[in-house]
Design a protein around this ligand. Sequence first.
Ligand code: ZN
Length: 261
Amino acid sequence: MRLVRYQKPGQPPTQGWLYNELVGPLEGQLTGEFRRMEANLPLKEVRLLAPVLPSKIICVGRNYVAHAKEHNVEVPEAPLLFLKPPSSVIGPETPISLPPQSAQVEHEAELVIVIGQRGRWITPQNALTHVLGYTLANDVTARDLQRKDGQWTRAKGFDTFCPLGPWIDTDFDPSDALITCHVNGDMRQMGSTRDMVFSVRQLIAYASTVMTLEPGDVILTGTPSGVGPLAPGDVVEVAIEGLGALRNPVEANQSYESPKS
Ligand code: ZN
């Protein structure tokens, strides 16, 4: 089953589901009990939004050996966690806005775990019972600021730096799926989720030793090698075999006036 959030022109966002290119509403709670209503609205006639609005966006650094190598850093002994703010979330086709503070903004294609059931101290054995499904993200990163700051909050936290979507797939098997990133049609990243250092089960268990996982929270599971720069006018597409594709245009931030020094 594929779960979406969507909007018809002039109407408020709605939770829904997707069936053969048709969208229908859901009655009830996405992360609780819900009922699917008839899907009769052509996908073309709605705008898909980020499929979930998380209270926490938990991210994992250096979870693919080849990506750690390209930055000359060691693979960590335990998952390296950081957070992105909920204000960084955008949906499919919404522009990524390049901030004037950075000269090197990069894409990171990632598989995303969407939590369905609250939990703390979850065991790896039990972890999958807490999963609602899976989606895709682009963990957009200002690489120059990441190096400069040491702490990653600014580099990872700008508005629009967390494209999510296009849907949550509740039946997806994350054990061995091809993950790619294309910029303007050119392949930049390719890997398999099989090559993650820490598995989906391990990441859920580890994160839950630190913080309570709430329904709707997401865990971005790290990126394979091949990260590279984004420029205004680019179109970036993250895709995972069997799950879907998440596409966003890139533009320069228009609203900022640089201070006169
Ligand atoms: Zn990342």
